[in-house]
Design a protein around this ligand. Structure first.
Ligand SMILES: C[S@@+](CC[C@H](N)C(=O)[O-])C[C@H]1O[C@@H](n2cnc3c(N)ncnc32)[C@H](O)[C@@H]1O
Length: 206
């Protein structure tokens, strides 16, 4: 296993990781997404690095994968090894997961994720911005800069349609403990529904 994978396996050990608790602070990338994503009546939603897969059963047609064996993941896999049909997902959620390694690796993972999105579909991003302790920065995070959000989006011909928003995670005294950035990209085109013809297995647009 590479040094990065070792570090992440340690950090995201399913029985020890407590980062899920930050969710109660998220206004843009927490439970609000259930309503916002379901409003699109999605054929497929992919949750990249889903951790506890907590949208399962709440967001329609969601599949969550993670490279760590969290008990409720649909698929245990890393981004590099998994394959979804190109342009099949209405929404890809990349909530804290496309931000590890160096900038090149992050771009490589991001490019792969973009391929899965339908024309007119969305990618919802959450990334680490800052922390009062250096703790997070020792954990193999790449910090997406404001320029990255624009430039990496442009490189992939994506438009920023929501955000970037700041998501603050508070401590027990309501002081800011760490900060995340959150935003939505949109792929150009018109979002269309599909169904798979059960007879000839072709995808029909409707
Ligand atoms: C900060 S946690 C976020 C978990 C979840 N998305 C959430 O919002 O609670 C990042 C997750 O991404 C997963 N992850 C990191 N790199 C990954 C990769 N290359 N492939 C698959 N999962 C990855 C980690 O195992 C971890 O569960």
């Amino acid at each position: 296993m590479s040094e990065l994978k070792n570090k992440l396996a340690d950090k995201f050990n399913p029985s020890a990781w407590s980062g899920w608790k930050a969710w109660k602070h998220y206004k843009h990338t927490g439970f609000n997404l259930i309503e916002e994503v379901n409003a699109l009546d999605p054929d497929l939603v992919i949750d990249v690095g889903c951790g506890h897969n907590r949208f399962k059963g709440h967001i329609k047609n969601i599949i969550g994968f993670d490279q760590e064996p969290f008990p409720f993941v649909d698929i245990v896999s890393n981004i590099e090894d998994i394959n979804f049909r190109k342009e099949s997902a209405d929404v890809v959620l990349a909530l804290g997961s496309v931000q590890f390694g160096d900038r090149d690796l992050v771009r490589k993972h991001f490019s792969k994720v973009v391929e899965w999105v339908k024309p007119g579909g969305y990618i919802v991003m959450r990334t680490m911005k800052d922390s009062v302790t250096p703790y997070h920065h020792q954990q193999a995070h790449y910090i997406w800069t404001d320029e990255d959000i624009v430039n990496i989006g442009n490189e992939h011909n994506l438009e920023i349609v929501k955000g970037p928003f700041v998501e603050n995670v508070l401590d027990a005294f309501n002081e800011i403990r760490s900060t995340r950035m959150a935003w939505w990209y949109k792929k150009p085109g018109e979002l269309t529904k599909y169904k798979i013809d059960p007879y000839n297995c072709e995808i029909n647009q409707r």
